[in-house]
Design a protein around this ligand. Structure first.
Ligand code: SAH
Ligand code: SF4
Length: 378
């Protein structure tokens, strides 16, 4: 029986050290290999010149460095890029590169689809197919850094990673924590804790234990100021209501050694959660949480039941928060001509929940899925 080679792309240093120890090798081989793979972009063992030929020959049948395949690339006129990434479950996910003044942000996916069905989110409407592996998550960063270099021309190298693509990262907890570990490892990407952001819709048990694994930045998708409305927008709220979710944010911050704040994300949906009264309620709700507030004008998708707030509602909302002393950013809509804006990511998910079919029926139309079947790239 021949063993499948292990894909080491998504392994943390600790995991790789254990792997080498098992082989009777010195653990420092882990950092040597990680530097080749993540810093130099090398996936051919023969190019790893500080590893002896004997060891390379031994490793060859045992390991592989295999990023996922990209099946399509889209460029927007504002410098954003979107890639369709194929994952082993047969689905595809999306990843987006967003250049901004002084930084380049990569928005990555953690699951193919999402089981949480937020009412404003195209990914949620696709249903859920699978968790990504750590190699598929790190593979997105690896590809963007080493293989998809075209966007760096006139753009910025990747300085920030946000888990704001498809899926709920805290429902793929162990894998996401391993991937974050690799992102922040000095032998790999060396990103600082402030430059890796995990965005969650509020999976409280995971938020309460996250500090044991990581000190990455946390963003909470709040979107409503009372449970009745949040139950509608983010159904997970029925399990973990606002008061518990905010307590979990505070708990995470309290465990970090530095004075860190969280990001509170708040979508602005016309006539639903964008009244002045909502802004005033938000001011009260967040009074004891060190945070900045990120307002995200709702990004429409075909069949979406909502509209984006008007510019005047957005600016009134923002003014109330600023006057109350909050730092507020408005997420400018980037890449929406290529369907790359927040909440527009759909990939091509083989839905196991059959939610997409029900949704298509209810919406009376097709969800815009990118057809990647004849488009794969070797
Ligand atoms: N599941 C995680 C991370 C992925 S969603 C979460 O919910 O936080 C990333 C961000 O995009 C979240 O803040 C989410 O609320 C937002 N988003 C989803 N659909 C959107 C839409 N249609 N318009 C604007 N933002 C959206
Ligand atoms: Fe899932 Fe986040 Fe979309 Fe909600 S907003 S359905 S949690 S990806």
């Amino acid at each position: 029986m021949t063993l499948e080679p292990v894909n080491i792309l998504g392994m943390s240093r600790r995991q790789l050290e254990a792997f080498f120890l098992d082989l009777g090798e010195k653990p420092f081989r882990a950092s040597q290999v990680m530097k080749w793979v993540h810093q130099q972009g090398v996936h051919d063992l023969d190019l790893m010149t500080n590893i002896s030929k004997t060891l390379r020959d031994r490793l060859r049948p045992l390991i592989e460095i295999r990023p996922p395949q990209i099946s399509a690339e889209y460029a927007a006129t504002d410098g954003c890029y979107k890639w369709i990434v194929q994952v082993t479950s047969g689905s595809s996910v999306e990843m987006v590169y967003i250049p901004e003044a002084g930084r380049g942000t990569l928005c990555i996916s953690s699951q193919a689809g999402c089981s949480l069905d937020c009412s404003f989110c195209a990914t949620g409407k696709q249903g859920f197919n699978s968790d990504l592996t750590s190699s598929e998550i790190i593979g997105q960063l690896w590809l963007a850094k080493h293989a998809l270099g075209s966007f760096v021309v006139g753009g910025k190298p990747i300085t920030n990673v946000v888990f704001m693509g498809m899926g709920e990262p805290l429902l793929n907890y162990d894998v996401v924590m391993t991937a974050v570990d690799v992102m922040m490892d000095d032998n790999a990407y060396g990103l600082s804790k402030r430059r890796v952001t995990i965005s969650t819709s509020g999976v409280v048990p995971a938020m309460l234990r996250m500090h044991e694994q990581t000190d990455a930045s946390l963003a909470l998708s709040l979107h409503a100021t009372n449970d009745e409305l949040r139950n509608e927008l983010v159904p997970l709220n029925k399990r973990y209501p606002i008061i518990e979710v905010l307590a979990a944010v505070k708990h995470y911050l309290s465990k970090l050694p530095d004075n860190r704040s969280a990001t509170i994300e708040y979508i602005l949906i016309s006539g639903i959660n964008d009244h002045r009264q909502h802004a005033r309620e938000l001011v009260k709700l967040l009074w004891d949480i060190p945070c900045k507030i990120n307002l995200i004008p709702f990004n429409p998708f075909d069949g979406a039941p909502y509209k984006r707030s008007s510019n005047s509602s957005i600016s009134n909302f923002r003014r109330i928060l600023i006057d109350a002393g909050y730092t507020v950013t408005i997420r400018t809509t980037r890449g929406d001509e290529i369907g790359a804006a927040c909440g527009q990511l759909v990939g091509k998910v083989k839905d196991r929940t059959k939610r997409s079919a029900r949704y298509r029926e209810a919406a009376g139309q097709q969800i815009p899925v990118v057809d990647v079947s004849d488009n794969s790239q070797d």
